[in-house]
Design a protein around this ligand. Structure first.
Ligand SMILES: Cc1cc2nc3c(=O)[nH]c(=O)nc-3n(C[C@H](O)[C@H](O)[C@H](O)COP(=O)(O)OP(=O)(O)OC[C@H]3O[C@@H](n4cnc5c(N)ncnc54)[C@H](O)[C@@H]3O)c2cc1C
Length: 420
């Protein structure tokens, strides 16, 4: 087990500086253009692929960093550059992790390279779970996957929504219901290979922020995929379903999934434990956006003069900056703690992953708003980046579980009570 440390080692510092250079030289200068275009920044993804940032190797290296700080450090730097472009770069990683976590070695070897493509022909991937009637309430998912035994194929029907890279992805990872009686225990994940008939893009959303990241519906109309596209394989699924049915018979399924999260003060449900481990990464993205806005505001406050002195000479401005920085540092510490706990297999007895995501995302929303205020009229225009950062920051309190859902998870974990 790695000791918890608040200091990056030399190798990590080198990676951080390299990422910061890419964020400052390539991502930030392109941010305003791709925000206005509301399109996937393919040339920037290609640049990231050329230098090795857009690759499974890079992602895996950070993911398996024994200190747990690899992913939060990488996310903070890339999202410091720009949230929309950074999400376009790391969005594929979210789908790849779905395959890494649940897939067989053969599935990992077959599909992950096709998710990334190569530097001359970059591809992206999408992870599709949310549906129009199943957002926070994942258990009410309707997309169905039915096994056609004669052909050893799965037939998938349904509509996914809010999918990052949905419809433009080379490979889609789709979560579907295989046994409707088992709630979220009856879900399974499938690979939809490139060009599969019946899989198409629905509405592309015009968004408030992270506009360089493509978000769309994915329509699944009698999509047929080979049996080998079920992540983890049929045998493992049958075993898992049999276990869940057995538990259901004994009365274990009568409560909603969030309420089964605590037993003896520990997060017990496997899906909940996975979320606790992945949420700090979103917290780190929020820290990156917050830090970017704070830096712009600090620089502006020390150079902008009113009443014959820099505006930071006023306590009203200076104290805001002091609070902004304090909250950003506190958010980072919560994120690092949870990331360290995740890599070292620590039990999330107080939902520390959710805590880090909740605090960091709320901090980003608040701090970017304060940055606008400090820049005055300039802050409100697109001549300066803080209004974009403020629009971008609003996503962190929504995706990967809203702030309200994080609070529910934390409160239920702490109390063991079915709080609604
Ligand atoms: C830009 C963007 C990208 C996304 N990318 C992906 C992706 O790649 N893949 C994917 O699968 N999904 C993705 N999502 C979906 C995202 O995870 C959902 O939007 C999110 O989970 C919330 O679901 P919802 O939008 O249906 O809101 P709802 O669940 O309808 O919630 C609406 C409001 O009600 C509140 N609420 C709901 N239930 C409770 C409760 N029990 N207690 C208190 N308050 C409650 C919520 O907190 C929220 O404020 C993305 C969303 C966006 C906007």
């Amino acid at each position: 087990m790695a000791e918890f440390t608040m200091e990056l080692n030399d190798e990590q510092k080198e990676v951080r500086d390299w990422l910061h250079g890419f964020a400052a030289d390539v991502i930030r200068p392109a941010a305003a253009e791709w925000d206005e275009r509301e399109e996937t920044p393919w040339p920037v993804i290609q640049e990231a692929a050329k230098v090795g940032i857009y690759s499974l190797d890079f992602y895996a290296q950070q993911y398996f960093d024994a200190s747990g700080l690899g992913i939060p450090m990488a996310m903070e730097e890339l999202f410091w550059g720009d949230a929309g472009i950074a999400l376009s770069i790391v969005g594929t990683g979210l789908a790849a992790v779905g395959v890494l976590a649940n897939g067989t070695e053969e599935q990992i070897g077959t599909w992950i390279p096709q998710m990334y493509g190569d530097a001359n022909d970059v591809k992206v991937a999408a992870f599709c779970s949310s549906e129009p009637d199943a957002g926070s309430d994942v258990a009410s998912m309707r997309t169905r996957a039915v096994y056609d035994e004669a052909k050893d194929e799965w037939v998938i029907n349904g509509t996914k929504t809010w999918a990052t890279n949905g419809g433009i992805a080379n490979v889609h990872v789709v979560v579907a219901v295989v046994d409707a009686d088992l709630g979220s225990k009856g879900h399974a994940s499938f690979i939809i290979p490139p060009g599969t008939p019946g899989c198409s893009q629905g509405q592309k959303f015009k968004k408030h922020g992270i506009r360089a990241s493509h978000t769309a519906e994915v329509i699944l109309d009698n999509v047929r995929v080979p049996g080998s596209c079920l992540l983890g394989g049929k045998e493992k699924l049958d075993e898992r379903l049999a276990g869940a049915r057995e538990k259901a018979k004994k009365g274990g399924m009568g409560v909603p999934p969030l309420e089964r999260s605590r037993e003896g003060g520990r997060v017990k449900n496997a899906a909940m434990a996975t979320f606790e481990a992945s949420r700090p990464a979103v917290g780190a993205m929020a820290v990156g956006t917050a830090r970017a806005a704070y830096e712009v505001a600090l620089e502006y406050a020390t150079t902008r003069e009113q009443f014959g002195r820099p505006i930071i000479d006023n306590q009203g401005v200076a104290f805001q900056l002091a609070d902004m920085r304090t909250q950003i540092d506190a958010a980072r510490l919560l994120v690092w703690r949870a990331s360290w706990m995740a890599i070292n297999g620590k039990q999330f007895t107080a939902a520390e992953g959710s805590m880090s995501k909740l605090f960091a995302s709320e901090t980003a929303k608040k701090v970017t708003g304060q940055a606008i205020q400090i820049l005055g009229g300039n802050g409100y225009t697109r001549e300066y980046p803080v209004e974009r950062m403020h629009r971008d920051a609003a996503i962190y309190t929504i995706f990967e579980g809203t702030s309200e859902i994080q609070r529910l998870v934390i409160a239920r974990t702490l109390s063991g009570m079915p709080i609604r």
